[in-house]
Design a protein around this ligand. Structure first.
Ligand SMILES: [Zn+2]
Length: 260
């Protein structure tokens, strides 16, 4: 939240982009800082991103939603409609949902109801888009895709770097999870990158090797993290991540600076 109480919001060309904290996991601090004491817990915030321009309303990820019981820990959750209401939007206005990957804290909110058999689409008018992945979907992901399909809301799986709406692309960022993608938004001279789970904390910009715990393929995840940070460093490009509560920039020498 910004000092005025609303979710942090920036402008990228004609787009208005808001970072909304929907949920939080009371997780071991070691999840992000590997040298922390074993028993220490900390709240890990989980954000969705809302990108709006004219009649295009694009939601990136959707929070825990129907998968709020997935993690064996205390969680704080907000219904998606309530969270979008903080920026004057509702679930039925969303035209497109991009899923950066199918982890429960990112994809669970595209469905409502009881997991796994009694699920329905949470965003009735939205097309759901995710990056095509090589391997099979995890069980919970398959349940989500199948529930959406049964309700007539088929997930569109797209190739790397596909332009979803003008200026907005889903690009592969492998290593964290099968099909993990970042979102690139460009309009005029302005550029923004949503890094999703490429890093999980500001400290990971200076110490990319600390963020190994969540990667399905840690060596590839580290390579992706270093490549993207190198590309963004000193570029002036605005960035945001799923688990960091502000927009920022990556400065040379590799550190994160909050923008809003
Ligand atoms: Zn995540």
């Amino acid at each position: 939240m910004t000092p005025d109480g609303g979710p942090p919001t920036v402008h990228v060309g004609d787009w208005t982009v808001s970072l909304v904290e929907l949920d939080a996991l009371h997780a071991p601090l070691r999840w992000v800082l590997p040298h922390a004491p074993e028993e220490e817990l900390a709240w890990l915030p989980c954000h969705v991103l809302l990108c709006r321009r004219d009649d295009q309303i694009v939601l990136v990820d959707a929070g825990l939603g129907a998968l709020d019981g997935f993690f064996d820990m205390t969680v704080r959750t907000t219904p998606l409609n309530e969270g979008l209401g903080w920026v004057g939007c509702s679930t039925d206005q969303v035209s497109t949902v991009l899923l950066t990957h199918f982890d429960p804290d990112h994809a669970g909110g595209v469905v409502v109801g009881d997991f796994p058999d009694r699920l329905a689409p949470a965003l009735p008018n939205a097309q759901v888009v995710a990056l095509l992945q090589d391997g099979a979907l995890a069980d919970h992901a398959a349940a989500i895709v199948s529930a959406l399909s049964t309700a007539g809301a088929t997930v569109a799986f797209v190739d790397d770097h596909t332009e979803i709406v003008p200026g907005l692309r889903l690009s592969s960022a492998p290593g964290h999870r099968e099909g993990h993608a970042v979102v690139e938004l460009a309009d005029g001279d302005d550029r923004f990158v949503f890094l999703a789970d490429t890093v999980h904390a500001r400290e990971h910009v200076a110490h990319p090797e600390w963020d190994f715990l969540h990667d399905s393929e840690p060596a590839i995840g580290l390579e992706t993290r270093q490549r993207l940070l190198q590309e963004l460093s000193g570029s002036g490009t605005l960035v945001a991540c799923s688990h960091i509560g502000s927009f920022g920039r990556i400065e040379p020498g590799f550190f994160w600076v909050d923008v809003v």
